[in-house]
Structure formats: C-alpha cells, structure tokens
Design a protein around this ligand. Structure first.
Ligand code: SF4
Length: 255
C-alpha cells in the first residue's frame, strides 16, 4: 500500500473514534511481496499440437495456457481460464522442462497464451524457457541437414497490460471494449482482430493505423458467427493488406 493511502486509512480510523475512546489497535496493512524469479504460475493446460490460427497456423508448437483473465469478452471460448484460483500453480522449471521435451519431439516454438497471459509478469517464465532450450545452433537439424530449426517464444495477448518478458513473436488480439496499450501496438508482429459485428471492422482499421511496425493484419471471424464470417471475407476481399485467419484446429476438431 502506498504511504498516502495508508495515511488516509489511519486518518479515517482516528476520525471515526470517540474522543475518550481507547486508541484503536492499528494492524499494518499487508505489504505485497515481490514476485520471486522462481515463482510458479497458474496454468490451465500445456500441450503440444499445431498452431491453429494466425500467420503461423499449421506449425508444430508447444502451448502454455496461463490462467486468469479479467478482459471479459462475450464470445470468449476459454472462459474456464478466467479464475486463476481454479487452476494449479506450476513451477517455471517444470514448464521449461516440458517445453524442452516438446522441442525434442518437434515443436518449433512455444506459445504463451491464456487467459490473458500479461496479467502476470512473464519475464521469469521467458528466462526459464530460454535457459532450458538450446540455441538454434545447438539444435539437431535432422538427417536431411536442413536449416537450423529456429526456436522462438510467441505471445498471444489482448494487450491490456504492460508488456513483460522477451518474445520473438507477439500476436496482439485487441478487444473493442478494452483497447490495448500503445506499447503492445508498437511491439506486435501480428494484429489479429476477431470479427462478430461491423464495428469490429472499423476497430480493426483503427488498430492497424496505430500499429507502427506494420504487423501482419488478420481478421478472424468469431467462432460460430456466420455474420462474422460474412463480414471478414467481404472486408478481406476489398482490402489486400488483410488476410483471413481461421481457427483451423476447431474446423479439424483437434486441440
Ligand atoms: S482476452 Fe482472451 S481469454 Fe480473456 S476474455 Fe477475451 S478472449 Fe477470453
């Protein structure tokens, strides 16, 4: 608690007490502990699959879905991820070990998703992942001796919180009812806007104008929204800078 807030709390307590009353026993307000680098994070699930959507759709990826989201999108398909408390804490070292195993099994990158992953400080998790994974030069390129397989950290976020951690690829999926922070608009490589209504198209264009790095521009119809599909397809047809993103994993019925 900040000093001024604590001072105001003490002032309120003393003002409320009668003049001859014994002095109240003041219990200090709890001080928030700093997050240790070794902290665990609440995790909904981890799994090795194919990236289903966006520019990297179809590629082998290891997913870490963190719990906790207060953004409250009506069409959210991962509402079970919202309450942090409903999901177990997993240590960063355990997550990094799983990512390493997934890399050895073929995953090309890790996707940190949620929930809203940036509700958490992601710097310790990124460090743990980078320490656990060999650099591309150390990676076995396979019998064909092809190009070194790049190993990268991807983030999928709505952008409502400050950026933490170091990522190679940021997918910003901004929400009309909770616009993103400028720093995420500046940092993202991919801007993916979910379309359900016409207003989402205006919002998508406004976001693209503010995204200074010229990210890839994608419209993704909300799942089970024929209107969203119709609008997104018609828009992309008229705007060549944009492309359609489909949730291919859902169409295929895979995770
Ligand atoms: S930000 Fe993502 S997880 Fe949170 S409510 Fe919106 S769609 Fe769901």
């Amino acid at each position: 608690m900040e000093f001024t807030a604590e001072a105001a709390r003490l002032k309120r307590l003393s003002a409320a007490a009668p003049a001859n009353a014994p002095l109240p026993v003041i219990t200090p307000a709890p001080v928030a502990a700093a997050t240790p680098a070794s902290a665990a994070l609440p995790v909904v699930e981890t799994f090795h699959s194919l990236q289903g959507e966006g520019l990297h759709a179809g590629r082998s990826a290891f997913f870490i879905r963190l719990a906790g989201c207060t953004v409250g999108c009506a069409w959210c398909d991962t509402k079970h991820s919202w309450p942090e408390i409903a999901h177990p804490q997993r240590t960063l070292s355990a997550l990094a070990a799983e990512a390493r195993a997934a890399q050895e099994a073929g995953a090309a990158f890790v996707v940190i998703t949620g929930g809203e992953p940036l509700h958490h400080d992601l710097a310790p998790l990124c460090s743990a992942l980078r320490q656990a994974i060999p650099s591309p030069a150390q990676v076995d390129t396979g019998a064909g001796g092809g190009l070194p397989r790049p190993w990268a950290l991807h983030l999928e976020t709505s952008g409502v919180d400050p950026l933490s951690g170091r990522f190679d690829w940021i997918t910003l999926s901004p929400k009309r009812h909770r616009p993103p922070r400028e720093e995420l608009l500046a940092a993202c490589q991919e801007l993916k806007v979910v379309v359900e209504a016409e207003a989402d198209l205006f919002f998508a264009e406004a976001m693209a104008l503010q995204a200074v790095q010229a990210p890839a521009l994608l419209l993704q119809p909300a799942w089970d929204s024929p209107r969203g599909q119709e609008l997104a397809i018609a828009f992309v047809r008229r705007h060549p800078a944009w492309r359609l993103s489909l949730q291919t994993h859902k169409w295929l019925g895979v995770r």
